[in-house]
Design a protein around this ligand. Structure first.
Ligand code: 13P
Length: 268
């Protein structure tokens, strides 16, 4: 059952790469993956550029029929109107976005995004026909108290509780412990697997095993080409990665994608 999930390697560029840099990056990544005969059907590679670069990424991907997918890092909960600076889910869907990041810890920290708002973002993304990548994960404080699993599972529970089976299946969940983001302190393969398994168990309790086995669960937080394989090998619940810093280097990001594909293929 687990082997049916297509892994995802997602690059969250955060506030990096203007549209010219984005164009250069996508071309370079495409060349590297083509030379490596990368199997996009076995492993999905997706990029999350800043809003201003999405259109350039779309044009390039469509013109060259690249198999890379892309998405956005944030979304408004409303569809149109007097919301200065916001971007709606419909606008992103029209740009061909497949995914939208929801609930990233940097959004929770720097913007007024609480659970209720995140639930509305998930609804907006699903209604526009895209897939939310819901980010959850404990800070150092919860880990110190030994409540990291309850915390991460609780965040999932708070957001997905009102979704129906069909909607829940569309979710991608990224377990990203806050203390591991941008710090070089990666979770141990055991603790990343344990968290992913706890989240999957919860999904199974709410939606049944069928849905739980379809949802892709990613790990994020200081992932690089040196730790990706081990993180995939610990168990069967991690279905790829949400990569920040290492996604800004096309060679390293391509290597992470190849290692993820290899580790996932070994499970089949
Ligand atoms: P780093 O890979 O730079 O730790 O960032 C992780 C992240 O926040 C991805 O969303």
């Amino acid at each position: 059952m687990a082997s049916r999930r297509i892994p995802i390697v997602a690059g969250n560029w955060k506030m990096n790469f203007d549209h010219l840099e984005a164009t250069y990056f996508v071309q370079k990544l495409a060349w590297i993956l083509r030379d490596a005969h990368f199997g996009f059907r076995r492993c999905e590679v997706t990029l999350m550029p800043p809003f201003t670069s999405i259109r350039s990424v779309q044009v390039l991907i469509e013109a060259d029929r690249l198999k890379i997918t892309y998405g956005a890092q944030a979304v408004s909960v409303t569809n149109q109107g007097a919301f200065t600076g916001d971007v709606s889910a419909d606008m992103l869907a029209r740009l061909g976005c497949t995914y939208v990041l929801v609930g990233h810890s940097e959004r929770r920290k720097y913007h007024p995004e609480d659970d209720a708002n995140i639930v509305d973002q998930v609804r907006a993304v699903l209604a526009a026909g895209m897939k939310p990548i819901l980010c959850v994960g404990e800070s150092f404080e919860e880990r110190r108290q030994g409540i990291e699993l309850e915390y991460a599972v609780g965040q999932v529970q708070d957001v997905i509780r009102d979704l129906n089976d069909k909607e829940a299946e569309q979710m991608v969940i990224a377990y990203e412990p806050v203390w591991a983001i941008g710090t070089g302190m990666v979770a141990t393969p055991q603790s990343a697997q344990e968290a992913a398994a706890a989240i999957r168990t919860h999904l199974g309790e709410v939606y049944g095993d069928d849905v739980a086995q379809r949802v892709r669960i990613l790990y994020g937080g200081s992932v690089n080409a040196s730790n990706a394989t081990q993180l995939m090998q610990e168990g069967l619940d991690i279905d790829g990665f949400l990569v920040g810093g290492a996604s800004l280097d096309a060679d390293e990001f391509a290597t992470i994608a190849r290692l993820t594909d290899k580790a996932a293929s070994a499970r089949r």
